[in-house]
Design a protein around this ligand. Structure first.
Ligand SMILES: CC1(C)CN=C(N2CCN(c3ncnc4sc(CC(F)F)cc34)CC2)S1
Length: 492
C-alpha cells in the first residue's frame, strides 16, 4: 500500500503543538491536496490522549509528572492509516465505477463501507468525530460518518466528492458540476437514515436543517477546517484540556491566515469562543471574529445562518452587554423567520427556547434588581431594546407560520409577557406602528396574510393595548445594526 507520503513522515514523532502545526501547514501548502485521513487520525489521537481516561490531578505535582503533550509516533499513525486504506480500497471495486465523475451508487457504496464497520453503541458521546475513533473503536458521530466518507473518497481518488455542512447536519456533494447531493449519515434520534437519497426533497421543505439551499460546501482545505473545528477539547462538563484547546486555536488561526475560514461562519465562531477563553495578543478580539462570521453568512449564504448571531449574542450576554445581546438575538430571529419549522429542527428550537425562556428573563430580572448600575437599568427604559424583543418574538411567530409543526406554546407566552411587563409603560408607548417592511420579500405571500399575522401577533402579545407592532426600522442590514450599536456602546 502506498501509505501516506514521506513528505509527511518527516514530521514524526510529533512531540508538541508546533510540530502538529508544521504538519498541517505542510499539508495545506501542497503541492498535493491535504490528506484528510492522515490529519484526522493525528488530531483524533492527540484529542483522545488529552481528554479521555485522565486522572484528574488533585495537586500540583501530578502536573509536573504528567507530560503535557502526548508523543504521536509514526508507527501508530502509519498502522491506523494503512488499516483505513486497506478497508476502503479492499471494499470498493473501482473497476465497477468507470465515469470521470462519481455516481450516486459509488457514494452510497463508500457510505456503506463506513456504516457497516460501526459498532451499535450510543453515538452522541464526545470525541467520536475523528478517524482515530473510527479505527480504534468503530465509533463515529453523525459528522464523523460524513467526514469519513469524504476522507475515503479522497483515498479512492474521487476528488469530486466533497463535504456539505449545515448548522446541524452533514452530507456530500458530487458529480460534474458538484451539485448532485447525497445523504451519507443519519441525523438526530429516532429518525430513519436517508443514506443514498438526494437532499432536494428535504431542502424543498424550507427547513433550517438544510439551510434552505445555503449549506457550507467544502473544498479539501475547508474539509481540514471542519475536522479541526469539530475537535473537542472537553475532558468533562467542567473541564477542558488546555493543551487541546491551544492546539485547536492555533490550527484555526493557521486556517484563518490561509483564508480557509472565509466561507465557514461556524469555524470563525469556534475561533471566537477560543479567543474569549485564551486571547492571543495581536489577533482580532472575539467580537471582531464573530462579526466576520456574520459578514461571511451575509456575503456567501444570503444571511440564512442563525449561529453567527447566537455566537455573538452568547458572548455579549456573558460580558453582561445585555442591550447588544438582545439585538443579536433579534437578528437571529430575523434569520429563522425565513424557514418553516419541521420536526428535525429541534436543535435550533432549543436555542430559541433558551434565549426566550431563560436568557432574556434573566436579563430583565438582573437589571430590575440591580438599580445601582445606571447603564443596565436604562434597558427597561430603552424603546430600542423593547423593540428588539418584539422583533425577536415576531421572527419566531413568522417561523411558525406555514410550518407543519407548531413552535409556540403557552410557556413561551408566559415568559414573553413576564419580560415585556418589566419595561416601563412610557417606553412601551414609544413603539411606533408602521407597515411591516419585509426586506427580503421572504415568505410574504400577500397583504391579508400580513394583516392576519399581525393580528395574530397582537393577539399573542396581548398584554394590554399599548403593545404595538414594531416596524424593524433598521432591519435592512443586520451587520450595520450590530456595528452601529457597537460603536455607540464604545463611545459612551
Ligand atoms: C452558538 C452556538 C450555540 C455555540 N456553538 C455552536 N456550535 C454549532 C455546531 N458546531 C459546528 N462547528 C463547526 N462545524 C460544524 S458542522 C456542524 C453540523 C454537523 F452535523 F456537521 C456543526 C458544526 C460547533 C458548535 S452554535
Amino acid at each position: 500500500m502506498a501509505g501516506f507520503r514521506d513528505r509527511a513522515k518527516k514530521h514524526f514523532p510529533l512531540t508538541d503543538i508546533s510540530s502538529v502545526i508544521n504538519l498541517f501547514k505542510e499539508q495545506l501548502e501542497g503541492p498535493d491536496e491535504p490528506n484528510l485521513a492522515l490529519l484526522s487520525i493525528v488530531l483524533g489521537c492527540i484529542e483522545n490522549t488529552l481528554t479521555l481516561n485522565r486522572a484528574i490531578s488533585t495537586n500540583e505535582d501530578d502536573r509536573l509528572l504528567r507530560p503535557i503533550f502526548p508523543v504521536v509516533d509514526l508507527s501508530t499513525v502509519d498502522a491506523l492509516y494503512t488499516k483505513f486504506e486497506t478497508l476502503v480500497k479492499g471494499s470498493v471495486d473501482l473497476t465497477k465505477y468507470t465515469g470521470t465523475f462519481s455516481s450516486r451508487e459509488l457514494v452510497k457504496k463508500i457510505s456503506d463501507v463506513i456504516w457497516s464497520s460501526l459498532s451499535r453503541s450510543f453515538k452522541d458521546k464526545a470525541h467520536l468525530q475523528s478517524l482515530y475513533s473510527f479505527l480504534t473503536g468503530n465509533k463515529l458521530d453523525c459528522f464523523g460518518v460524513a467526514f469519513g466518507v469524504v476522507a475515503a473518497s479522497q483515498l479512492l481518488g474521487r476528488n469530486d466528492i466533497h463535504l456539505s455542512l449545515s448548522e446541524d447536519h452533514a452530507w456530500v456533494v458530487f458529480g460534474e458540476d458538484g451539485t448532485d447531493t447525497a445523504e451519507v449519515t443519519w441525523h438526530g434520534k429516532g429518525n430513519e437514515d436517508k443514506r443514498g437519497q438526494s437532499i432536494a426533497l428535504s431542502v424543498a421543505e424550507k427547513s433550517w436543517l438544510y439551510l434552505n439551499g445555503h449549506p457550507v460546501i467544502c473544498d479539501r482545505n475547508m474539509e481540514v477546517a471542519a475536522l479541526v473545528s469539530a475537535a473537542n477539547p472537553s475532558i468533562n462538563m467542567m473541564t477542558d484540556s488546555i493543551e487541546m484547546g491551544a492546539l485547536q486555536q492555533e490550527l484555526l488561526w493557521l486556517l484563518y491566515d490561509k483564508g480557509h475560514l472565509l466561507k465557514y461562519p461556524m469555524g470563525l465562531g469556534n475561533l471566537g469562543d477560543l479567543e474569549e477563553i485564551s486571547p492571543n495578543p495581536g489577533r482580532p478580539p472575539p467580537l471582531a471574529i464573530f462579526q466576520e462570521a456574520i459578514s461571511s453568512a451575509i456575503k456567501y449564504y444570503d444571511n440564512h445562518h442563525v449561529y453567527p448571531y447566537t455566537y455573538m449574542g452568547g458572548y455579549l450576554y456573558r460580558k453582561r452587554r445585555y442591550k447588544e445581546a438582545i439585538k443579536c438575538w433579534a437578528e437571529a430571529s430575523n434569520v429563522i423567520r425565513k424557514f418553516n419549522y419541521t420536526r428535525e429542527d429541534e436543535e435550533i428550537y432549543k436555542e430559541f427556547l433558551e434565549i426566550s425562556n431563560e436568557l432574556i428573563p434573566n436579563i430583565v430580572k438582573a437589571v430590575s434588581l440591580n438599580t445601582t448600575d445606571r447603564v443596565q437599568m436604562n434597558i427597561l427604559y430603552n424603546p430600542e431594546v423593547y423593540g428588539d424583543i418584539l422583533r425577536f418574538y415576531d421572527g419566531i411567530c413568522e417561523w411558525e407560520e406555514g410550518s407543519s409543526t407548531p413552535v409556540l406554546h403557552v410557556g413561551w407566552a408566559q415568559h414573553l409577557t413576564f419580560s415585556l411587563n418589566k419595561f416601563d409603560p412610557r417606553t412601551r408607548a414609544k413603539i411606533d406602528v408602521g407597515k411591516d417592511e419585509d426586506e427580503d420579500g421572504e415568505k410574504e405571500e400577500n397583504d391579508e396574510n400580513d394583516n392576519e399575522s399581525e393580528a395574530r401577533l397582537k393577539e399573542e402579545l396581548k398584554t394590554d393595548n399599548r403593545n404595538k407592532l414594531l416596524q424593524s426600522k433598521e432591519g435592512k442590514d443586520p451587520l450595520k445594526t450590530v456595528l452601529e450599536d457597537l460603536k455607540k456602546e464604545d463611545s459612551s
